[in-house]
Every structure is written in structure tokens, then in C-alpha cells.
Design a protein around this ligand. Structure first.
Ligand code: TRP
Ligand code: ZN
Length: 979
């Protein structure tokens, strides 16, 4: 009898939802070679119970280990011992397995052509596949291992012959053909799946009555048995059959070849994608949808039909998405010479989606919050996010689809590069400095903490348990910074040459990060010593700079030293290759022309073309390194790391007055902003220390003056002002402390905000007055800048909790004609508990209760609140009729929002942690990917004081001991405890 291997996830103690619920309540049936093997329910349950209890006890014993023993290795050993220990002769526990980059092997078989046939039904869906398989090495016959998860096998045929049960082996994760024919053969498989019960939103599932798919990273295996890995690239045809009235629209990748009517009220379509693709780019959508249609003519004259699909009532809200798509298509032609390659491009908006959007070939699927927008319902930030993400998914057509990843460790090859491309696109469409400030803030607030915590991993991870957990700010945002460094080092033209060579060499291939590196290097004959370390070393490098001026020699020296902190599994680090863009300011605040540089015993001329150079990119490669500028006749103020030329923490010897000078004069706008932030961080850290020692808090008058002069400077961009007068986030400050103290940081941040508001009340009031507008909403930089500044000023004023200001904010709320201003006014009022707050929240809900995307903003605003004891309110909101744990956006708004409050999530009594702990266990049974994102809020628990540590650890241990934990949550929770 065939060995049946239960999956780790199979120990889920029979959740009420999901496929395991279905399997556990019915006989497990596997049809092999025509005869059905039926495992009685009773056996299944009893075996499963045994496994569950063994695993639970193993996992809790892990948490009892001393911290020294509880390192990553120990966890790994435990994982392995669970994995290899036979539990019963018939059933074996398959515990989470760690997968390593170093173990990559080429596939033994390739797939040439794949024909899929879907018969969509109300209870079950049949999926038939016909695959042309050929061996990598002609004549060598090895087993063919197919991935499959939560699938019911109906039939399997090789070269038209149904297989006998001894010809293959089926376990809960694989279908193995032990000795397939040598040479090319056809494989035909029929499976049965249950999309209606799929709450994981991975594979084929239903959202608001429509069918849709999400296959990246490893969801295709939940649709049919397949070699679910990106280096298997094949040409697909897809036939879909469904009830015509329930599912009038049937979409898949590529071109529509054929469609027609069938008996019984059904219809069918046939799609064919002429491009080879990995299965993670497969997509299918079926349902009641309508489209906004437009077209784009490529520069070589191809007319592309553009369609954005939504439920009929949402179509008016797709204008901005269509504008964004056309802008992205044009931009990729202009900047990279890249054209779209098919005659049709579809975007579908779905309300239930784990992530932002997915770049399936010619059929992008989007979370509806990243498609739907109207001035009344979407904020400026939403409009900007839509532009960026529509661009991002479109740009994947070349960076991701035409050239894809060899394996999932290479994810940043497509994601880092495509984030870089979408950042550049948004910059060109709006304001470059403001976009750069946003991106760097995001990196600092989210990626730096990850890089300094238990989940720290390189841009190209070395291992994973569940790939979904590695769609991270490190792979995406730090990965984009790595791509940006190539451009900084090579210049725009050199970078473009590298991109051209990359496509020339690798179009149609699945490649690695080295291949991208090599294209950049070879196209420019560049010497990129050690640059690859950016892909393999985790942790944010710390760079210290000290300066000295020699008046006699007219030289100015910058001495750099660098240190990469240890991260889990990487104790010792090599020095990195860090491009540092530097300019020098004279006493009038002008850039000093840079002529020559003394470095490594050589004098290098800087201006080769004779043109004055104001910024030079220093290549810092050693642990300690000095650069000396010559012909510098007065002591300059250095502007270091212009444009944030490398993802590092920089510490310099600039004084407060140097920083104020840079804030006033630097020609590099990013560094102007940065000077203010460095100053603010210093001030905040000092005040935090004062607060902890119960000293009175006093704000430096020069800082107030600095803010005032920016606020009143008509020459500055308004959005730049809004960013420059915004204090660094609480997370950023906590990140810089020995022991993070959320109460102190919150108190200090509130104190500074209030102090600035009362000192500059007149200026803030006139800022609000002079930035009103009665014109209709326009999405452009000028208008967004005006609203950003006005809203920032209003938020400062509202911190005063002054009745006069409350009525001003209420007036703004009532007179607002767009969501940006309406929401900002509500948020201003909601800063302070009381009747005004309650009333405005109630009014807003009654206005927008029928628009789920707006209701999510209402959830998020309340969840995020720093009003003490807010956990009770959030618990109540869990039972609000508009809340639903099955919808990721709602979870992100309410639960994710709550975790963003330093005061309430980190409440010292542990109430915030207990709340999240319970939710994670509940959520994990519905949607492991989303639960895993939520549990990450615990990951930095060791940064806090002993009381908080104990409370957070208790929750992590409780989660680890939960029955039937998903691999997703297991990985984050166990690594958080281990590090
Ligand atoms: N490739 C998608 C992107 O462009 C990411 C993505 C969408 C994803 N849905 C997912 C990743 C689900 C993992 C799981 O960024
Ligand atoms: Zn992407």
C-alpha cells in the first residue's frame, strides 16, 4: 500500500474553513488507475490527532529552551528531527522544511506546451491539463516529481494511457512518476478543486462571486499537479467553460482564439499565450464584470486594446487607473525603449487579494484599492499609489515576465528592479525630491527595523521555509536601492546600456541576480569589486565620516569607516562597496566646483570634460578609507550621501549649525530635508533621555525658527515643506535607542508637535487659510502639494485641542470636496478624545457605509489611534457589521493599523500583544499569508523592556503551541523566538 505522507498543514485540527475542513469531513478519495482508494474518515482522524499532539509538544519544548540554545540552528535541528522521525508506519509527519539556495538543481524535465481546461462549477471545478514533457538530458530517465496541494486527483495518463497505481506515488504535496518514458511524452492529468472553500486567496478562489487566481509564488500547485518552479517555462493554451449568466466574462493570458455557446446555459472561451511563461504568471478570471476600454498605439505602431475590468458600478472609478496605464506604457518606451508585446492588456480589480497586485502575463489582477479612485473617495496618497502600482505591474512585463527568475531566491531580480522602475516613473510624473524622500522614509521606517531584527535576510535570501514570507521590504525596497546604486555608479546612459544588454542576453530566460550584475558590468566595462555583497550580506551598513580642513594645503579630507552589523546566521561581515555622492558648500551656500581628488595614493582629476562638477560619487570599498579634495580654499560644509546614494546609516561630525546651514542652502533637495531630519532625530533622542529622567522638556528655539523659516519660504515646493516640517516617525526614533521606549518617544513627539503648534499657531493658521481651493480636484503635483501642506498645518494645529481649532477643522471637514481634505480634517479632529471626535467618526461612517474602500480608511484611522486604552474600541470594531476577517484589506486596516500605534499595541499591561496573539491564531486558519504578515508585528519584541518582552514572548509561545499552525506563521514566530 502506498505510503501516505500528511502535510504539516494537515495537522490543522480540522478547521471549519478551507479545504482541510472539506477533506476531514468526507472520505479522502484518491482515484488511481481507475480504482478509487478510499481512506476511511476514522483512520484519517486518528492518525492526524497523534501527529498533532506530537508536534504541539515538540514545539512548546522549543520555547522552553534557554535563549543561548534557542538559536536558529537549534530550531533547524528540531525541525529536521520532526521531519525525519517516523511517526506511524502508514502516515508520516511532514514538518516545515527549510529550502536552501545552495541546493538549487536544474529540473530533470522541461515542459514545452501546456493545454489547460477548466470546467468551473458551483461546488467543484475540474482542471484538466495536457503537458508535453521532455527530459533535460535526452535518454536519461529519472522520476518526474510534480507539486500538488489540496488537490483531488481524478485521472492521470501518459501518452494517452491511464496509469496504474504502481506507476506513480501520491502524497499530500507531490505526485511522483517513478519511471516515465524516455524522450518526449504527453502527460494528462485531471484534478478536482474547490475554489468556493479556498479562503487562503492562493490558487483558484472566489472573490465577491467571481473566480480569480493568484499563483505567485507557489499557488499554481493548488490548481493542478505541476513542476511549480519559475525555471519551467512553457507556452499555454487555456480553455474555460462556465455558466454563461453567472460568469459572462471569461479571461486568461494572451489572445482570445475562440469562443462559443454550450448546452445547459454554458459557454466557453479559448485563450492562447504566444509567450513562454512560468506557471506563477498564469491567471484566470471568470465573472460578472464590465470593462473600461481604451487603446494605446506603441511607438512601432502596434495598436493595443486596454481593458480595465470591475463590477459595473465601479467602472466610473477607473479613469485614473487607465490614465496611469497609458502613462506607464509611454514612459517605458521613452526611458527604456521597451514596448508592449501583445494586442491586448487586461487589468481586473478584485476586492479580496492578499497583496497589492499581480503581473500575470497580459492579465494583471489588482487589489481593488489600487485601481478604484474618485476625488470624493480616494486620497492623493491613493492616487499616487495607483499610479505607482499600475506602473509596477506593467513594467514587470519586461522585468519579470520576458526575463524571469531562475528560482525564488532571485526574487529581487524582478522585484528590486521593478520597484526601482516604478519609483523612477513616479518621480518623472511628479516631484523627484518628494518621491525620493517618501521612498527613503519607507526604507528607514520598515526595512531598517527588519534588517536589524530576527527576520533580517539578504536581498537574495539564503533560505526560506515559506516563500510568501520573503516578499519583504528587504527584497523589494532594499533591492530597489541596490539597482539604484548601479545607476548612481554608471550614470543614466551607462545604466541604460546595462539594461539593453540584459534584455539582449536573457529575453525568454529564467536567470539569477549575477546575470543582471554581469550585464551592468559588461556593458560598461566597469570594475564592480565586491558589489555582489549587496545581494548576500544582510544588515544595514553603518558608515562614519569625519572631516578635516587644511587651510595651508587647501585640502579637505573625508575619512570613512564602515561596519556591517551581525545578523542571524551571519556573524562576520565583509566591507561593502558603497557609492557616496558628495558635494561641498561654500560659506554663501553655493556648491564649490570640485576639481581633483587624492585617494589611494593617486591624484584623480574629477572634471574630465572641463565642465564644473558639483557632486562626485566616492567609491567607498574598504573598512577605512580617506578621500582628500584639493583646491579648496575655505572650510566647506559637506553635503554627504546626496540623493541618499546608498542604503546605509550615516553618522557624520556635522554640528547643529552645519545642519541648519544645509537645511537652508543645500542644492541637493534630498539632503536639505535630510539635514532637518538629522537635527530632529538628535533633538528627539535628547528629549527622550530627559523624559526618562523626569526632566522638564524644553525645545531648542533655533529648531522652532528653522521650522518657521521653511513654513514661510515662498520659494520652496509646498510638498517639500510639508515633508520637512514633519518629524521622524516614532519607529525611527525607537530604532535608534538601546531599549525602545514607546511611551517616552510618544510623549516627546507629542510634546514637540504641540510646542511647534502653539509657537507657530499664526503661521499654521495662515497656511491653512491660504491653501484652500474651490477648484475641482486635479491629480497633479501643484494641487497635491497645496493639500499636503494645508493638511500638515491643520494636523499640527489640532494637536492643541483648542475648541477654536476644532471648529476650524470641522469647517474643513464639512466644506471638503475631496477625500484628501475630508479625511485629513477628520483625522485632525480625531486626535483628541471627546464628543467632536465621536460625532465626526459617526458622520463619516454614515456618509460612506456603502463604499468598502472608504470604510477601510475609517477602520484604519480608529485602529491607529494613540488614545489610551484603544484596544477595547478595536475589539468592538471586530464585531462591526462592516468588518470581515476573510478580507485582507479589512484585516490590514484594523489589525495592521492597531499594530502601528506605539501607545496601544505596545501597552505595558500586555493588552495589545494579547489582542494580536488571539487574532493571529484565529486568522491563521483562514488565511496563513495574512496571518503571517500580522504576526511580524511581534518580531522585534526583544527591543523593548523586560515587562514588554515577557508579554510578547508569551504570545509568540502561545502561537507556536497552537494546533495546526501554518508554515507561514511558524516561520515568523519561530525565527522571532530564536534570534
Ligand atoms: N509579484 C507581485 C508584485 O508585483 C507580488 C504578489 C502579488 C504576491 N500577490 C502575491 C506575492 C501573493 C506573494 C503572494 O509585487
Ligand atoms: Zn512586483
Amino acid at each position: 500500500m502506498a505510503r501516505l505522507v500528511f502535510s504539516y498543514k494537515g495537522c490543522s485540527g480540522f478547521p471549519k474553513t478551507g479545504l482541510w475542513g472539506l477533506i476531514s469531513s468526507a472520505p479522502l478519495k484518491a482515484t488511481r488507475g481507475g480504482s478509487a482508494l478510499t481512506y476511511p474518515t476514522k483512520n484519517f482522524i486518528s492518525t492526524q490527532r497523534i501527529i498533532t499532539s506530537k508536534v504541539a509538544c515538540r514545539r512548546s519544548s522549543l520555547s522552553l529552551l534557554s535563549p543561548a540554545v534557542r538559536d536558529k540552528q537549534a530550531i533547524r535541528r528540531l525541525i529536521c528531527s520532526v521531519a525525519t522521525q517516523p511517526i506511524s508506519t502508514e502516515a508520516k509527519m511532514e514538518a516545515p522544511k527549510e529550502i536552501f539556495l545552495k541546493d538549487y538543481k536544474m529540473p530533470e524535465y522541461y515542459f514545452d506546451k501546456v493545454d489547460l481546461n477548466f470546467s468551473l462549477g458551483e461546488e467543484k471545478t475540474f482542471v484538466s491539463s495536457k503537458i508535453v514533457v521532455y527530459p533535460r538530458i535526452e535518454g536519461v530517465s529519472s522520476p518526474l516529481v510534480l507539486d500538488g496541494h489540496d488537490l483531488k486527483l481524478v485521472t492521470i495518463k501518459v501518452n494517452g494511457e491511464e496509469l496504474k497505481k504502481e506507476d506513480y506515488n501520491l502524497d499530500s504535496r507531490h505526485l511522483t512518476l517513478s519511471s516515465p518514458p524516455s524522450g518526449t511524452f504527453t502527460l494528462e492529468i485531471v484534478t478536482e478543486i474547490y475554489p468556493q472553500k479556498n479562503t487562503s486567496l492562493e490558487g483558484l478562489y472566489k472573490s465577491s462571486g467571481n473566480f480569480c487566481t493568484q499563483c505567485e509564488a507557489e499557488g499554481f500547485r493548488k490548481i493542478t499537479f505541476y513542476q511549480d518552479r519559475p525555471d519551467i517555462m512553457a507556452k499555454y493554451s487555456v480553455r474555460i467553460e462556465a455558466d454563461k449568466s453567472l460568469y459572462p466574462v471569461l479571461l486568461s493570458n494572451g489572445n482570445l482564439i475562440e469562443q462559443g455557446e454550450l448546452e445547459g446555459g454554458k459557454h466557453y472561451v479559448l485563450w492562447e499565450d504566444p509567450f513562454k511563461k512560468p506557471c506563477y504568471l498564469f491567471a484566470l478570471v471568470a465573472g460578472q464584470l464590465e470593462s473600461r476600454d481604451d487603446k494605446f498605439v506603441t511607438r512601432s505602431g502596434r495598436e493595443v486594446a486596454l481593458r480595465i475590468w470591475t463590477p459595473a458600478q465601479d467602472l466610473p472609478k477607473t479613469v485614473h487607473a487607465m490614465y496611469s496605464l497609458k502613462a506607464a506604457m509611454k514612459w517605458d518606451e521613452d526611458v527604456f525603449g521597451l514596448e508592449y508585446d501583445l494586442d491586448l492588456f487586461n487589468i481586473v480589480a478584485v476586492p479580496d487579494f492578499n497583496m497589492g497586485a499581480m503581473e500575470n502575463k497580459s492579465l494583471n489582477i489588482f487589489n481593488s484599492k489600487l485601481v478604484l479612485a474618485s476625488p470624493e473617495t480616494a486620497s492623493d496618497a491613493d492616487y499616487a499609489a495607483i499610479l505607482g502600482v499600475i506602473g509596477h505591474e506593467y513594467f514587470h512585463n519586461w522585468t519579470g515576465n520576458r526575463v524571469t527568475c531562475r528560482d525564488w531566491f532571485q526574487l529581487s531580480l524582478k522585484e528590486g528592479l521593478t520597484v526601482f522602475r516604478d519609483q523612477e516613473f513616479s518621480s518623472d510624473m511628479g516631484s523627484r525630491p518628494v518621491k525620493r524622500i517618501d521612498d527613503v522614509s519607507r526604507l528607514r521606517n520598515y526595512q531598517f527595523p527588519q534588517d536589524a531584527g530576527p527576520m533580517a535576510h539578504p536581498v537574495r535570501p539564503h533560505s526560506y521555509i515559506k516563500m510568501d514570507n520573503f516578499y519583504t521590504v528587504t527584497v523589494y525596497e532594499k533591492g530597489a536601492e541596490v539597482v539604484r546604486m548601479y545607476k548612481t555608479l554608471l550614470g543614466s546612459q551607462g545604466f541604460r546600456k546595462g539594461m539593453d544588454l540584459y534584455f539582449k542576453r536573457h529575453d525568454g530566460q529564467a536567470v539569477t541576480c549575477e546575470e543582471f550584475f554581469a550585464a551592468m558590468r559588461d556593458a560598461n566595462e566597469a570594475n564592480f569589486h565586491n558589489f555582489l555583497l549587496w545581494y548576500s550580506q544582510a544588515g544595514t551598513p553603518s558608515v562614519k565620516v569625519t572631516s578635516s580642513f587644511n587651510a595651508e594645503a587647501k585640502t579637505y579630507s573625508l575619512k570613512f569607516s564602515q561596519e556591517v552589523p551581525p545578523t542571524p546566521g551571519q556573524q562576520v561581515k565583509e566591507p561593502m562597496f558603497i557609492p557616496v555622492a558628495v558635494g561641498l558648500l561654500d560659506s554663501n551656500g553655493n556648491d564649490i566646483p570640485l576639481t581633483s581628488l587624492y585617494h589611494d595614493g593617486m591624484l584623480e582629476s574629477i572634471s574630465a570634460s572641463g565642465q564644473p562638477v558639483h557632486t562626485v560619487v566616492l567609491q567607498v570599498k574598504k573598512k577605512e578609507e580617506e578621500f582628500v579634495f584639493s583646491n579648496i580654499s575655505e572650510r566647506p560644509i559637506p553635503s554627504i550621501l546626496r540623493g541618499y546614494s546608498a542604503p546605509i546609516r550615516l553618522e557624520s561630525d556635522l554640528t547643529d549649525s552645519d545642519l541648519l546651514f544645509l537645511l537652508a542652502h543645500d542644492s541637493d533637495e534630498f539632503n536639505r530635508w535630510e539635514a532637518g531630519q538629522v537635527l530632529a532625530r538628535k533633538i528627539m533622542l535628547n528629549l527622550v533621555a530627559d523624559f526618562q529622567q523626569s526632566k522638564p522638556l524644553i525645545l531648542d528655539a533655533k529648531f522652532v525658527d528653522g521650522i518657521k523659516s521653511m513654513l514661510c519660504d515662498p520659494s520652496l515646493d509646498k510638498e517639500f515643506i510639508a515633508k520637512a516640517i514633519t518629524l521622524p516617525g516614532a519607529g525611527e526614533i525607537m530604532d535608534m535607542m538601546e531599549v525602545a521606549d514607546p511611551d517616552a518617544v510618544h510623549a516627546v513627539r507629542s510634546f514637540i508637535r504641540k510646542h511647534l503648534a502653539s509657537e507657530l499657531k499664526a503661521e499654521f493658521l495662515s497656511t491653512v487659510e491660504s491653501n484652500r481651493s474651490t477648484e475641482p480636484y486635479v491629480f497633479n503635483h501643484n494641487n497635491m502639494s497645496r493639500r499636503a501642506l494645508k493638511n500638515t498645518a491643520l494636523a499640527y494645529l489640532a494637536s492643541l485641542d483648542d475648541p477654536e481649532i476644532t471648529s476650524l477643522a470641522l469647517h474643513e471637514y464639512k466644506s471638503a470636496t475631496n477625500m484628501t481634505e475630508q479625511f485629513a480634517a477628520m483625522a485632525a479632529i480625531a486626535q483628541n478624545p471627546g464628543k467632536a471626535r465621536d460625532d465626526v467618526l459617526a458622520d463619516f461612517y454614515s456618509k460612506w457605509e456603502n463604499d468598502y474602500l472608504v470604510v477601510n480608511k475609517w477602520f484604519a484611522l480608529q485602529a491607529f489611534s494613540d488614545i489610551p486604552g484603544n484596544v477595547e474600541n478595536v475589539k468592538k470594531l471586530l464585531n462591526h457589521p462592516a468588518f470581515d476577517m476573510h478580507n485582507p484589506n479589512k484585516v490590514y486596516s484594523l489589525i495592521g493599523g492597531f499594530c502601528g500605534s506605539p501607545v496601544n499595541f505596545h501597552a505595558k499591561d500586555g493588552s495589545g500583544y494579547r489582542f494580536l496573539g488571539e487574532i493571529v491564531v484565529q486568522l491563521d486558519k483562514i488565511n496563513p499569508q495574512v496571518a503571517s504578515r500580522m504576526v511580524s508585528a511581534f518580531s522585534r519584541w526583544r527591543r523593548y523592556d523586560a515587562t514588554r518582552q515577557a508579554a510578547a514572548k508569551e504570545q509568540l509561545e502561545m502561537i507556536m503551541a497552537a494546533n495546526g499552525l501554518s508554515e507561514n506563521v511558524f516561520e515568523i514566530a519561530s525565527k522571532s523566538l530564536a534570534a
